[in-house]
Design a protein around this ligand. Structure first.
Ligand SMILES: [Zn+2]
Length: 299
């Protein structure tokens, strides 16, 4: 009798606790969901505002459209503008297909005739020699005339497709629109390189990006990717992290992670759910996978 009454008291306490905890949990979940939706909404608004500013600064540029792109360019690039659009179109289907998302409307490309104009449009320092950048809903590209080293239009188009920045920047664009910015910085760089490598074969490898040195931790990549001294190494680590996820767990899991991010699930929660690894465990498993096969890092 005594044990039965204790049991019934316990049951009552549990029932009362559940009565408080369940609505609280539901409320926290609802608030978190609404907060994420509000964050995504604000992010989309800011991105579109940034796009409007970028386009207003390109006032006076000429304009050419294709099925999925709008290209803004200056007069010296009139002869290469159709080729840039052709190359961009060739990557549109593969990138949107791989990322499982078609962004609304046409993708805005702005073509700059030289590195200085590209740098000025973005406020970059003079030592930055990037050929493209994705930022706030706009893909900015350096004219192929400025870096391909040829006047032959056939050779130029071939080089622009093989070594140009469109596949990479378009991946940033599609991921950004799909997830409303719900990803770590290193992940979008890893995914953009992964997709670029898949579509063009291009891989950014330099002596400085060798894995035969002390590496950045995942926390370094998570918290200060852009300010890390050795950018070649940071980018290489990001690329191999995405390769690890896709090759070790399958491209379907990578797709599922992108779907989670689009639904507002946090990156770590998605990784934990899809591949059972996040944080330190992800770092350990990735490094084991890397050093297991020299061809994954020793090149
Ligand atoms: Zn990038």
């Amino acid at each position: 009798m005594i044990s039965k009454s204790i049991f019934s008291i316990h049951l009552r306490q549990v029932a009362w606790a559940l009565l408080v905890i369940l609505p609280l949990t539901a409320a926290v979940y609802t608030i978190a969901t609404h907060l994420e939706a509000a964050r995504a909404f604000a992010y989309d608004q800011l991105r579109e505002r940034g796009k409007a500013v970028a386009l207003s600064r390109a006032r006076g540029f000429m304009k050419l459209e294709s099925q999925h792109f709008t290209l803004e360019y200056e007069a010296p690039d009139s002869d290469v503008a159709p080729m840039v659009l052709r190359a961009a179109e060739s990557f549109y289907g593969p990138v949107t297909g791989d990322l499982g998302y078609t962004p609304p409307g046409k993708v805005t490309l702005i073509l700059y005739p030289d590195r200085e104009e590209l740098r000025n449009s973005f406020g970059w320092p003079s030592n930055n020699d990037a050929m493209g950048v994705y930022w706030t809903g706009v893909i900015r590209v350096l004219s192929p005339k400025a870096w391909t080293g040829t006047d032959d239009p056939v050779k130029m188009e071939k080089l622009f497709r093989k070594n140009g920045p469109v596949a990479h920047e378009l991946t940033h664009y599609v991921l950004d629109y799909k997830t409303s910015g719900n990803y770590p910085r290193w992940f979008t760089e890893g995914l953009a390189q992964y997709e670029e490598h898949r579509l063009t074969g291009f891989l950014w490898i330099e002596p400085e990006s060798s894995f035969d040195q002390s590496l950045y931790t995942l926390t370094d990549l998570d918290t200060r990717f852009d300010s890390l001294d050795n950018q070649a190494l940071a980018y290489r680590e990001a690329f191999t992290l995405v390769s690890f996820i896709s090759e070790r767990f399958g491209p379907d899991q990578l797709s599922a992670i992108l779907g989670d991010l689009a639904s507002g699930v946090s990156f770590d929660q998605s990784l934990q759910h899809r591949i059972g690894l996040a944080g330190d465990n992800l770092q350990k498993a990735w490094l084991t996978w890397i050093y297991d096969r020299p061809d994954r890092w020793n090149q």
